[in-house]
Design a protein. Structure first.
Length: 122
């Protein structure tokens, strides 16, 4: 993604969010530079961010994405998850399943990784 125009990537992400194409958003979000992610996060609503987060194909990027959001936005995401009934994740992507297969019970999972971590905030 380094060779694509940053503005174009942001515009594409916004259109995908408007169309509800969270699967596609999740598949490319892990490959973006922090600066591009920051710009996208400023323009995409909480529900779209949450739904795309369920499909991130590089779950090891989730902690960094949460850092880019900051505490205020993370709080807003938690409120949106509660309001929209998004505490439970949809069927996980194959990459997510592979990445989390060795975690065992939810209490043994890392605190800040993956959509399941949002449940521990409620």
């Amino acid at each position: 993604m380094d060779r694509l125009d940053e503005g174009l990537v942001v515009r594409i992400a916004v259109v995908l969010a408007e169309r509800g194409d969270h699967l596609t958003m999740g598949r490319f979000v892990g490959h973006m530079r922090d600066r591009v992610l920051g710009r996208i996060l400023e323009q995409v609503g909480d529900t779209a961010v949450l739904r795309a987060g369920f499909y991130v194909d590089l779950p090891e990027r989730l902690p960094r994405i949460l850092e880019l959001m900051g505490d205020d936005r993370l709080g807003s995401l938690v409120r949106a998850a509660a309001a929209d009934g998004l505490w439970e994740e949809p069927s996980p992507s194959p990459a997510w399943s592979a990445a989390t297969s060795g975690w065992g019970s939810p209490s043994s999972r890392p605190a800040s990784t993956g959509p399941s971590s949002i449940r521990s905030c409620g």
